[in-house]
Design a protein around this ligand. Structure first.
Ligand SMILES: CC(C)(COP(=O)(O)OP(=O)(O)OC[C@H]1O[C@@H](n2cnc3c(N)ncnc32)[C@H](O)[C@@H]1OP(=O)(O)O)[C@@H](O)C(=O)NCCC(=O)NCCS
Length: 171
């Protein structure tokens, strides 16, 4: 099941956040241990509805994958692109808890995000990954990604190369 965060997710979501820090990936974007959990999920819900979008951000949603009562992954969906997202970040970003990798969860999260974008009027989604991230690259290709012909890659600050793919949300 792929859904938004709920109050009961606190313990597992924070554990997943810590599990992914070694991958330099935030399971819970902008989360801080100092913030009350209910306030955090409310802020995420407001970010999705557009009620509260921080300066420099775009409207976005955070969704988690639950399998047999366990939080196993997440995807964030950006309903619009700003300058940074249209170069480097793209429309969506997923991460899977290490012990649940290799079971198709990222592929399901990516497909879910594409359907979500499609239902909000985005026909083609930009999805990027680090050049050396073979699993993410395979996920994008499994979901129908086509390399951007005009701008196949971009250098991030710090010299990291991101590959840029487009995926139709229309299947
Ligand atoms: C990238 C990531 C999300 C993949 O999650 P996952 O649930 O293991 O991926 P899936 O099981 O859906 O596999 C997707 C594809 O990747 C391939 N794959 C999985 N692990 C792989 C690996 N270590 N090396 C190469 N390919 C791999 C699978 O075979 C599959 O390809 P296929 O459809 O051609 O068989 C996960 O490794 C992760 O969370 N990494 C850290 C965060 C991150 O890098 N996020 C992406 C930011 S762009």
């Amino acid at each position: 099941m792929i859904r938004e965060l709920v109050p009961d997710d606190e313990r597992q979501a924070i554990a997943a956040h810590h599990d992914l820090l070694d991958d330099d990936f935030d399971f819970l974007p902008t989360w801080s241990a100092r913030q009350n959990w209910e306030a955090y999920i409310e802020r995420m819900a407001e970010g999705r509805s557009g009620e509260f979008v921080p300066e420099g951000w775009v409207r976005s949603g955070l969704f988690v994958a639950e399998l047999d009562g366990q939080l196993v992954g997440r995807v964030s969906v950006r309903y619009e692109l700003n300058d940074y997202l249209s170069e480097v970040g793209g429309h969506l970003g997923y991460g899977v808890v290490p012990k649940f990798r290799g079971q198709g969860i990222a592929t399901q999260l990516c497909r879910f995000a594409l359907a979500e974008l499609g239902s909000h009027g985005v026909d083609s989604a930009l999805v990027t990954c680090d050049k050396q991230n073979a699993a993410s690259r395979a996920t994008i290709i499994a979901c129908g990604g086509q390399i951007d012909q005009n701008r196949p890659s971009v250098e991030e600050n710090g010299g990291n190369t991101k590959l840029r793919y487009w995926i139709s949300t229309r299947g």
